[in-house]
Design a protein around this ligand. Sequence first.
Ligand code: CP3
Length: 345
Amino acid sequence: MTRPASAKTLLRVLAGEAVDPPPIWLMRQAGRYLPEYRALRARTPSFLDFCYAPKIAAEATLQPIRRYGFDAAILFSDILVVPDALGQVVRFEAGEGPRLDPILDRAGFERLKPQIDLERLSPVFETIGRILETLPEETALIGFCGAPFTVASYMVAGRGTPDQGPARLMAYRDPELFAALIDRLVEASIAYLHRQIDAGVEVVQIFDTWAGALAPGEYERWCLEPLRRIAAAVSPRVPVIGFPKGIGARLAGFGEAAGVAGVGLDSGVDSFWAAKALPRGQTTQGNLDPLALVAGGPALEAGARRILDAFRGRPHIFNLGHGVTPQTPPEHVAALVELVRREGR
Ligand code: CP3
């Protein structure tokens, strides 16, 4: 007999229930810190080809679940498949990160497809189906996309930048053009997430990794409002976790303003402050420093305990404040999962 979906702890917590111990999963839980990932990855030189190979992407998704028994799996893919499916040239150079043909002006924007090519993303939906064939029944499956501002920051600069300067400058100099790009991404994200949900994901997370770079006023327009539109479209179907990294005190009102079920906290946020400042029933997620996980030992234990103490009695999902880094010793992840399950009650 299959258990009702509500038995999955991640879904219970996103519905507002405080669960002890809290469910745990980690952003970038599939990746280069795992030897089995590196072995799988070595067989496919192009990272995008790797993301678009359903068997391989499903296997990468499941590797950390087998090893650690996390409460959630996150679809293995990347946020930059959306610009790829909008017709922008996207490449991943080994050791250098993503490279895109930058959108410099209106003509560059006009070269994008008017609508996202969901056919190109069909391998992603097939990956979801394959994951569900073997995912343990207590494990939730999370789908995701990048938030419009974060994705736009790569589309405009053509690469990662220290301060997202090119995108922020376009937003100041030509707000109409930037708004058109953000609108295109809002529509593309909604269509893409609906198809992920059709294929079986039970939760979606929207990564706004660079929201913290936005000045007041710009933040409302380019982070909050686009997220609100996406959440309004998909949250009648599945709970949405918003992750507006780096926005500091603006987190206090973020969940309500964006209309998301869960608020992701980055490592710079004091957990005790968040537990006080965010509304009582607001589900939170986070926020251990990924470097505490690299260090292990007392740093890991103190960091994890602080988070457990701060959020005890509140609906919370244990996670890092950003992704697992490649130099993380796999045994530290096992120690963290064990500690959270032992002491998180
Ligand atoms: O969390 C997971 O386990 C799911 C998979 C996932 C990846 N990227 C796999 C990946 C998710 C959710 C992402 C999101 C993502 N991708 C974000 C937002 C969150 C964040 O981490 O800030 C961003 C900004 C990207 C864009 C991106 N993809 C960059 C900048 C890079 C290169 C940097 C790096 O770490 O090498 C990637 C590549 C990438 N995406 C890798 C993985 C495992 C490494 C590529 C490889 O294996 O060679």
